[in-house]
Design a binder for this molecule. Structure first.
Ligand code: MN
Ligand code: MN
Length: 479
């Protein structure tokens, strides 16, 4: 046995910048340009699915429904997309082996914390038009006041047509705001607990201030009437339509670089658009026919527990496996029952649960255990398990599976780090991982560390974004 030096025995992590070649630094910088553009174009789950599908179609992806119906034959190298109700998406590159051998899959979520219009939202109070909101996901409510906000969503009208709402992103658009109390009159407010400073019922969005002008004495006047009139002129909608609408209120802040060195990226909804974008680029950039089918799963409703027919707990995912195995069997005169094949396929699938994790923050160092936390700039972060209080409510990746993934990354020189979500008993978190393990898959969480997660303006390191992309790419090509 060759004696090892102490250096070879120890395991240390450092900033990825130190070991990166100039061309890697340039590649990371180039990658960030496309990422920032994506953050600005795709703030909601629907926009994300739309953007990614359009880009996939440009890259030769065909509708999986045409494979299911037999119009397009299942063959190795075929690239497919499958949309679930405009809010979840599957992309796959079919492999040369049967899907029964399992897939290499990366799953990210495309929803993000936000505020929604309530079903009956619009009212006026002392000549101001306001909208009642309901927050979605785990937010610190006080962070969402006095921030410029935009409206994104869809409204289905009585005549059966659907309109897309988007106000506040164009430089000429107005924005919206929820007002906080001025410090001069906040002597009582400032003494409250942070959770009570801004209440859910107090999060009412300012949407208008000019009254409706009409010569008709019978006609309703006031600022609310004027807002309804403006919305009707622009979109043809009426107050009734709010009952069914999905209008999301998101920060109207464009993503941009942070710091004099431009080493970080600030923007809304990087949880989990960063993993969605990097996973997407990884599958789009595949240039060889893989042995195992490779797939990207973009799910909705992760921020509220993945429930619902577009969430990761929905049978839609199992249906995908079933249809995939069925299409393969039909194309290859394989007699295996598609249900049995789908179960075997899921049980042999390797799944990277691509979600962000908390980055160490020097302003709040007390919540992190420095030896078991992720740092900005040290590469993609693995979380063997998530959960709360004694690993509760989460799955845990096996030693064998984790090391098999890490070894692939090591061979490619991709920097990675490991983390736990904060000190034990300080809090916790979860992802879609456990719903994939329920199906028998091998799963590990891995994604980009984020500062200020769930705030209106989250921060990532440019190199972590790049190495996350490279890690998913290596997983598809080499695992
Ligand atoms: Mn997330
Ligand atoms: Mn989240």
């Amino acid at each position: 046995m060759i004696p090892l030096s102490i250096k070879d025995l120890e395991f240390k992590r450092e900033l990825a910048w130190y070991s990166m070649q100039d061309e890697q630094k340039a590649a990371a910088s180039d990658f960030s340009v496309g990422y920032i553009d994506f953050l600005n174009k795709a703030k909601t789950e629907r926009e994300c699915v739309k953007e990614l599908t359009a880009e996939a179609v440009k890259n030769g992806y065909v509708n999986f429904n045409d494979v299911i119906s037999g119009k397009i034959k299942f063959e190795p190298g075929l690239k497919v997309y499958w949309i679930n109700r405009e809010k979840a998406l599957m992309l796959a590159v079919l492999g040369s082996k049967s899907p029964v051998c399992g897939l290499n899959m990366v799953g990210a979520h495309v929803d993000a914390p936000r505020l929604d219009f309530r079903p009956n939202p619009l009212y006026e109070d002392h000549d101001m038009a306001l909208v009642k909101t309901h927050y979605y996901g785990g937010i610190k409510k006080y962070q969402w006041v006095n921030v410029p906000l935009a409206l994104h969503g869809v409204v289905c009208k009585k005549d059966g047509t659907k309109v897309i709402i988007n106000i506040g992103e164009d430089a000429n658009d107005p924005v919206f705001i929820i007002n906080d109390l001025l410090p001069h009159l906040a002597y009582e407010q400032i003494e409250k607990k942070a959770s009570d400073v801004i209440t859910a019922e107090g999060m009412n969005l300012l949407i208008g201030s000019i009254p409706f002008a009409s010569d008709d004495k019978e006609e309703s006047k006031g600022v609310k009437a004027n807002v309804l009139n403006l919305l009707n002129q622009k979109y043809g909608i009426t107050e009734r339509d709010f009952n069914f609408a999905e209008i999301e209120i998101v920060p109207a802040l464009p993503a941009r670089y942070i710091g004099l060195d431009k080493g970080m990226i600030g923007g809304y909804a990087q949880d989990d658009k960063v993993c969605a974008y990097t996973a997407f680029k990884a599958i789009i950039d595949m240039d060889k026919i893989p042995e195992k089918t490779c797939a990207c799963y973009f799910s909705d409703r992760e921020e509220v527990g993945s429930m619902g027919n577009t969430g990761a707990r929905a049978n839609w995912l199992e249906n995908f496996f079933y249809e995939l195995c069925n299409a393969y069997a039909l194309a290859n005169n394989d007699k295996i029952d598609a249900g049995v094949a789908a179960r075997r396929s899921m049980a042999s699938t390797a799944f990277l649960s691509a979600d962000v994790t908390a980055a160490f923050d020097p302003n709040f160092s007390e919540v992190s255990e420095p030896m078991n936390t992720a740092y900005c700039g040290m590469g993609i972060a693995f979380e063997k398990y998530t959960g709360h209080r004694g690993k509760s409510g989460a799955s845990e990746a096996s030693c064998e599976f984790f090391t098999s993934i890490a070894t692939v990354l090591d061979k490619a020189g991709i920097p990675w780090q490991l983390t736990e979500m904060g000190k034990i008993d300080k809090g916790g978190g979860g992802t879609i991982a456990q719903y994939m393990t329920d199906l028998g898959m091998d799963v590990i969480d891995c994604g980009t560390p984020v500062l200020g997660m769930h705030s209106p303006y989250e921060v990532t390191s440019m190199v972590d974004v790049y190495w996350t992309y490279k890690a998913y790419s290596e997983f598809f090509n080499k695992y």
